[in-house]
Ligand binder design. Sequence first.
Ligand code: ADP
Length: 194
Amino acid sequence: MNNPKEEKTFLMIKPDGVRKGLIGEVIKRVEQRDLKIVALEMFQPTREDIDSHYPKDEKWMKRLGEKTLATYEKYGYDAKKELGTENPLEIGKQVRKWLIDFMTSAPMVRMVIQGVHAIDMVRKIVGPTMPSDADMGTIRGDFSVDSPALANREKRAIQNLVHASENPEEAKHEIDYWFKGRKSFEYKRFGVDN
Ligand code: ADP
């Protein structure tokens, strides 16, 4: 990698993205931004695989629980009645389990993407977590309509088509984890690397 801001990030097409036939669309949107796919594979994860992918620390689970509680508050739902607790950590643990159910429900596609500001660029292409907050023109804004209110009522994770690393530490961890011991490919893209 020559440019100081050139970096690698990790993107995964979730089961809903694969089942909606959006593999090509996701790849197209990455490539059209002059980002380079340097590793790519379809795979079926086990529950253990996903369990190790998402952080287990209390801070992360609490944050997930707090986001879920905020949704309940926004829509006037009673978290205690529906989830049996108002404790953010306990709720975060429940959401984490829903995520494991969801992420093992069909094959996924994983890839490593390289380019200038690749981490932020890919997050921008993907859009924010909640489809209703995602602008048109982002993958989540254009192709998903799920609502946290509905998902939480049905006790399942938000289906938002893709996962992408949020920061350099997460990118490194996720690339190392999902492409363990395997090298990314090197090649020059026309018009980008010449
Ligand atoms: P992102 O995937 O945008 O990085 P997070 O790391 O916050 O978002 O959450 C991981 C995944 O957990 C989300 O992509 C989504 O599928 C699911 N999720 C997040 N918050 C909720 C919630 N309140 N209810 C159900 N699922 C959620």
